[in-house]
Design a protein around this ligand. Structure first.
Ligand SMILES: NC(=O)c1ccc[n+]([C@@H]2O[C@H](COP(=O)([O-])OP(=O)(O)OC[C@H]3O[C@@H](n4cnc5c(N)ncnc54)[C@H](O)[C@@H]3O)[C@@H](O)[C@H]2O)c1
Length: 417
């Protein structure tokens, strides 16, 4: 069976490699020629896939990365994993549209199309199906199969990966659902079927909105706990000893990546459009999480002030610029917002990030190696995204003032968010 995966990013690449490992012929198609060249050279750009995974997939399995759309010819299964960003704060389905038009061009009778990109309910049925029908001149009622299966991958997570995370599956009709469930059941450990793509699309948005709202809640709580002189981290540790009805969330510099800052807005957009109401929880969570970088900057200013130093001219060593530890993904990273705000107020900033190394949005600072000298000469070490490879002992030993936003270091020289 020939599978084509449209988009070879954080979602599409692990999916394509897993399908190849399960014996399928897989074309990993992407319009980004640099990514495809890198994959062909067996150089991965994603932490969850190693170079040797690519060597295995290309040399001994049937995985073929390609930017040639003719490679889609004769596919049995097309899976769309392209970005779903916001444009002017509104959902932008341009990538999904382009990918669907391309798939429609190569769609043949009895083939199946699955959308995995996170999006608002109704996209598969009201947006993807009409495009497929008009570009292929086939009918979704009788000629081909369509469904939605949200991706839940958590890049950098060592316990849960594509294979052992249950996969929600759906189809626009029973035949579509059966085919889609059969396919995913052959590549992941567990599937969970829902009645229509709408429920599957909403399920993904519930997951991300739940996290977004709870992160905002704990961030706001952290601000007030600090003002009340209470250690919020210790309180969370205590609260989580309750074995039911509580799930811990931790404060941080804000939310980033391709999910939390974006996906809930897909849901609030649709509620506004279809029901005419404001989804208040989402709006509030957006606002609270968005202001966290400014709060972090305020705390840095206060911390330096306590040490009789001004932020202007102070040397800041920023540790980690990705949106969370153990990934190189810097999309919407709050760490970048914090660093740019500090630089705008006159701080001299050096950045340590062995996973990122350079970033176009950080022209204000130099990337340096983590050395005793770099740590010892800074007025403040700011722990933003502490990857496992970062030597925290070295920081703890040589930092005079460490502001740790993730509570990974303890000591008299350390302040937590
Ligand atoms: N990154 C995550 O952790 C994650 C987790 C779950 C779901 N998602 C969702 O999955 C989708 C993809 O996210 P991602 O992180 O993999 O994005 P990504 O940017 O890493 O990868 C998407 C890829 O699609 C390619 N692309 C764009 N238009 C294309 C087209 N017309 N044809 C072929 N390729 C095209 C891009 O070049 C890119 O390489 C989004 O909807 C996202 O919300 C992401």
């Amino acid at each position: 069976m020939k599978i084509v995966v449209i988009g070879q990013g954080y979602v599409g690449l692990p999916l394509a490699i897993t399908a190849a490992r399960c014996g399928y012929d897989v074309v990993g198609y992407d319009t980004d020629v640099r990514k495809i060249d890198s994959l062909k050279a067996k150089k991965s750009f994603i932490e969850d896939i190693t170079d040797s995974d690519l060597v295995e997939a290309i040399d001994t399995l049937n995985y073929a990365p390609s930017s040639d759309c003719d490679e889609l010819e004769d596919f049995d299964f097309a899976i769309i994993t392209v970005p779903t960003p916001l444009k002017d704060s509104l959902p932008d389905l341009t990538y999904v549209q382009n990918a669907t038009e391309l798939v429609g061009k190569y769609l043949k009778k009895d083939a199946t199309v699955v959308l995995e990109s996170t999006t608002y309910p109704g996209t598969t049925t009201d947006f993807v199906v009409p495009i497929l029908e008009s570009t292929s001149r086939l009918s979704a009622k009788s000629d081909f199969y369509v469904g939605f299966s949200p991706e839940r991958i958590d890049p950098g997570n060592k316990q849960f990966n594509f294979k052992n995370t249950p996969k929600i599956v759906s189809g626009i009709n029973q035949e579509s659902l059966e085919r889609i469930e059969r396919f995913y059941a052959s590549i992941v450990d567990t599937t969970f079927a829902v009645s229509t793509p709408n429920e599957a699309e909403l399920a993904k948005l519930i997951e991300n909105t739940f996290r977004h709202v709870n992160v905002a809640l704990i961030n706001e709580l952290a601000i007030y706990a600090n003002l009340l002189g209470i250690n919020v981290w210790e309180s969370i540790d205590a609260a989580k000893t309750k074995p039911f009805g509580f799930m811990p969330f931790y404060p941080g510099p804000g939310v980033g990546g391709h999910c939390l800052p974006i996906d809930p807005s897909y849901l609030s957009y649709q509620v506004k459009l279809k029901v005419g109401e404001t989804f208040k929880f989402i709006e509030l969570a957006n606002e609270l999480n968005h202001t966290m970088p400014s709060y972090v900057v305020k705390r840095v200013i206060l911390g330096l002030n306590k040490r009789k130093k001004a932020l202007n001219g102070s040397k800041v060593l920023a540790i980690g610029v990705s949106y969370k530890p153990n990934t190189s993904d810097t999309r919407e990273s709050p760490a970048i917002a914090v660093i740019n705000q500090l630089a705008g107020l006159g701080a001299e900033i050096e950045v340590v990030d062995p996973l990122v190394k350079q970033n176009n949005n950080l022209s204000c600072c130099n990337f340096v190696d983590l050395t005793e000298e770099a740590i010892g000469s800074s007025d403040i070490v700011l722990i933003l995204s502490p990857h496992d490879v970062i030597d925290l002992n070295l920081i703890s030993k040589h930092g005079s003032y460490i502001f740790d936003l993730r509570r990974v270091i303890y000591g008299d020289n350390v302040e937590h968010l």
